[in-house]
Design a protein around this ligand. Structure first.
Ligand SMILES: NC(=O)c1ccc[n+]([C@@H]2O[C@H](COP(=O)([O-])OP(=O)(O)OC[C@H]3O[C@@H](n4cnc5c(N)ncnc54)[C@H](OP(=O)(O)O)[C@@H]3O)[C@@H](O)[C@H]2O)c1
Length: 330
């Protein structure tokens, strides 16, 4: 089968697009004929040598996939050949990745793809959808009528957080870095979208929600707590899920006196049951049309190295040349 893989961590050019032996489904694994995959920033960190996990060699890059079941292992019972499925959480914790024509995935990380949802849509919603759900439902326990501010509303996670928070009945404010991205946040359903480069975010938010935000979702890797904490409502929750190397200052007094809390998490540590609960809601929202994954572009799988370069330019160097998910098709 064709696959995008590395023999050694390194720059995007270290990704080889070539032939590897097709995997066989063992135990409770399901063999998926991959129809679409999506890039996430963590794909580029791992490829670049972040060393979070011991990697199989060769290591097929990528976490997300959507496709059709081709066969199942002897202990698999959830799916059968011909079923359409999507999933995430691959390429992590020592597991093989998804950027290949075939992938053997344990059935606990796969979900049925609704009939009216395309494979590119399902792949684009996978890791970011589970992340957004975990942060909104499990961590911040966002309730209808509460106010959420997402900093970075035009990105893969942020665009999903906007739509899910609306589906959960919240009032949603978002920031973005250009007039086009502000408009994109509004199209996704944000009640307020603010250009963080040219406008006073604090003033716009406090005009929109005088008591402050019940939930502040930070998508950037360098949170500024002196700016964030004054934006929180009493008992406000901060969601943190990026910036392993960040060591910012923190205004302790203003934070605890308001009774605020801060929640950090990584999606890949969520249990199979937690991820499946997220996937069930994601499927319902995808079918209803209340969740429309924001796809920046679709590329052939053979261009995985170029897709990584684009993602990395935006995640690490803030190039502003990507707005949403990069999807690849074999
Ligand atoms: N913990 C987890 O489980 C988990 C899961 C998924 C992702 N992540 C992490 O979350 C981060 C975001 O992921 P992603 O997939 O959404 O990345 P992405 O698609 O590259 O989006 C990043 C967004 O950040 C925005 N941004 C950059 N500088 C900003 C600033 N100063 N203020 C406000 N927004 C700013 C950009 O918006 P503009 O172009 O409009 O400026 C861009 O859309 C990454 O670091 C990723 O590794 C963690």
């Amino acid at each position: 089968m064709k696959a995008a893989y590395i023999e050694q961590p390194g720059p995007p050019e270290s990704i080889v697009y070539g032939d590897l032996s097709a995997p066989q489904p063992r135990g409770s694994e399901v063999l998926v004929r991959v129809a679409a995959v999506a890039v996430n920033p963590i794909d580029t960190y791992i490829r670049g040598g972040a060393n979070y996990f011991t990697l199989p060699r060769p290591y097929i890059v990528g976490c997300d996939l959507a496709g059709t079941v081709e066969g199942v292992g002897p202990q698999a019972s959830r799916f059968k050949a011909g079923d359409r499925v999507w999933g995430s959480n691959q390429g992590l914790l020592g597991r093989q990745g998804t950027f290949a024509e075939l992938a053997a995935v344990d059935e606990q990380w796969l979900y049925p793809t609704p009939p009216d949802v395309t494979d590119p849509q399902a792949a684009a919603a996978a890791l970011v959808g589970i992340t957004a759900h975990l942060g909104l439902v499990r961590e911040s326990q966002l309730k209808p009528g509460q106010t959420l501010l997402v900093n970075g509303g035009s990105g893969g996670v942020g665009s999903t957080v906007i739509q899910m928070a609306k589906a959960l009945g919240a009032r949603v404010a978002a920031t973005a870095g250009s007039p086009e991205r502000v408009a994109a946040c509004e199209r996704l359903g944000a009640d307020l979208a603010v250009n963080y480069k040219t406008e006073n975010v604090a003033q716009r938010l406090l005009d929109f929600a005088p008591a402050g935000a019940d939930v502040y979702w930070e998508t950037t890797r360098d949170p500024d707590f002196d700016r964030i904490v004054p934006l929180l409502a009493p008992r406000g929750r901060i969601i943190l899920m990026a910036g392993r190397d960040a060591r910012p200052q923190f205004p302790v007094g203003p934070f605890y006196v308001k009774g605020c809390s801060m929640h950090g998490f990584v999606m890949f540590a969520a249990t199979p049951d937690e991820q499946r609960a997220a996937a069930t809601d994601i499927n319902r929202w995808l079918s209803e049309g209340s969740l429309r994954p924001k796809i920046d572009r679709v590329m052939p799988l053979s261009e995985t190295a170029a897709a990584h370069r684009l993602q990395e330019d935006n995640t690490l160097r803030k190039a502003g040349t990507q707005c949403g998910k990069i999807v690849l098709v074999p």
